[in-house]
Design a protein around this ligand. Structure first.
Ligand code: GLY
Ligand code: MN
Ligand code: MN
Length: 257
């Protein structure tokens, strides 16, 4: 798994520098494939590469046959690229978010730093024996379902012989919640940590019309971010005796204000 993650993150770096305004999303996908096969001997990706630019960066499983990474990338677009190689059956699953021209706007920095802080906070708080589901958002925001407006996906899943690994035997999901990682962490487990923040018009409109959710939202600030897409930062971690080791060494650490 360290090997397949290493190839994948090296490929991410190459793709990031090669993604220029005027290029197309499918060219980023092609560069990733070329790198993992040519340099890493990895013949397959672990899943369909998600190369979302601009507004497409808010589409969670973008890149499939119905929307095949076919947009022209414009100057200043955020790109949210979720790509992982497969090697000897083992999967990587990494997401990097970056602006096309390499320069974050102030608003892009706010979103990026927020997601990065969430990622690092989740890693720092992870300890074997603790329950993954016990560390989430502030209680009343959770009750209002606000998390699902800005991050309509889970924070984590097992990874291994599949990108959403079933985690057989003792590592399995709870029977009554087959798609959610709700269980105690144990040394040796490998899973993703993938917070995101997205601006998805139908979800935002619904939230603004729901008093339980709209009381947490500053409308005119939200309008600034509409249409800007989304950011996800997805790392793979290994539970050890004391906490977790981040197997993903590709860092775009906190951006200066
Ligand atoms: N690449 C799919 C996922 O992050 O779960
Ligand atoms: Mn994932
Ligand atoms: Mn992913």
């Amino acid at each position: 798994m360290r090997y397949v993650i290493g190839i994948s993150e090296d490929a991410h770096k190459v793709v990031m520098t090669a993604t220029t305004p005027g290029s197309y999303e499918y060219q980023s996908e092609a560069q990733f494939f070329f790198y993992i096969y040519n340099n890493g001997g990895s013949r397959h990706a672990a899943y369909t590469s998600i190369c979302g630019s601009g507004p497409n960066s808010a589409i969670l499983h973008y890149g499939h046959a119905g929307s095949p990474n076919d947009r022209r990338i414009e100057d200043g677009d955020m790109c949210c690229y979720d790509m992982g190689a497969q090697y000897f059956g083992y999967a990587a699953d990494i997401t990097c978010s970056f602006p096309t021209n390499g320069v974050f706007t102030d608003d892009q920095k706010i979103v990026y730093n927020t997601v990065l802080n969430a990622n690092r906070a989740a890693q720092a708080a992870s300890r074997p024996g603790d329950w993954w589901s016990s560390r989430q958002e502030i209680d009343d925001m959770i009750s209002a379902g606000l998390g699902r407006v800005f991050q309509p996906h889970g924070l984590s899943h097992f990874l291994g012989l599949d990108v959403h690994d079933v985690g057989a035997g003792v590592a399995g999901y709870k029977n009554h919640l087959p798609n959610r990682f709700i269980r105690a962490m144990l040394p040796g487990m490998v899973f993703t940590i993938e917070p995101g923040c997205y601006f998805i018009d139908p979800l935002l409109d619904e939230a603004l019309n729901n008093p339980a959710q709209s009381r947490f939202i500053v409308g005119d600030v939200l309008e600034r971010f509409r249409g800007s897409g989304g950011v996800r930062i997805e790392d793979v971690v290994l539970v050890n005796e004391d906490g977790v080791e981040n197997l993903t060494q590709i860092y775009l650490e906190r951006l200066k204000d």
